[in-house]
Design a protein around this ligand. Structure first.
Ligand code: ZN
Length: 195
């Protein structure tokens, strides 16, 4: 089932996620629905916060980046196959040079901004079977994971841009909250006034 994606301005997106265990109700169903929702919106990642559940859960599927001609074969292959469910993730270490990437977010449609983040991360998490993993990720894969991880602690990419850029997009952000935007996937707007 495709779930509505919560738009910018909803206080749910600002909550710190709660860690979950195997007993979390209907977890398998939630993960399946989130996958469907992410694919439908052509996203490469989706956090539970974005569908209204403030828990430490996000999904990544970077396969849409796998056809990028600008990247080398090795990175394309990695991106094509990188599909993961991250539960109770913790970033243990961020290192390497910070680089800018033009980020977007399904909760903030039509806005893209350059965001600087360190290149390499060490992340600890459990997967959908509650098996524990520690992985070192870098480049674009790390980037997508950093963005989604931020959702689980109530942080959005627009928090990480300059004050000037924030001022420039403020009106657009207000319009998103009010639902004054055209999107081709299901969304829920916090300030939409129904007539
Ligand atoms: Zn996002």
């Amino acid at each position: 089932m495709i779930l509505p994606i919560i738009a910018y301005g909803d206080p749910l997106l600002r909550k710190t996620g709660i860690e979950i265990d195997k007993e979390y109700p209907k977890l398998t169903e939630l993960i399946e629905n989130m996958k469907e929702t992410m694919t439908n919106a052509q996203g490469v990642g989706l956090a539970a916060h974005q569908v209204g559940k403030t828990i430490c859960l996000f999904l990544i599927d970077t396969s849409p980046f796998g056809t990028d001609e600008e990247l080398d074969d090795e990175e394309r292959e990695l991106l094509t196959n990188f599909k993961r469910v991250f539960i109770n993730a913790k970033i243990l270490k961020e290192e390497g040079d910070e680089w800018a990437f033009n980020e977007g977010c399904l909760s903030i449609p039509d806005i893209r901004e350059d965001v600087f983040r360190p290149d390499k991360i060490t992340i600890e998490y459990v997967d959908e079977n509650f098996e524990k993993h520690t992985e070192i990720l870098e480049g674009l894969v790390a980037r997508v994971v950093q963005h989604e991880f931020d959702h689980t602690v109530g942080v959005l990419f627009t928090d990480k841009i300059s004050t000037l850029k924030k001022r420039l997009i403020r009106k657009k952000l207000d319009n998103i909250s009010k639902g004054k935007i055209t999107v081709d996937y299901r969304m829920k707007f916090p300030l939409l006034k129904r007539k």
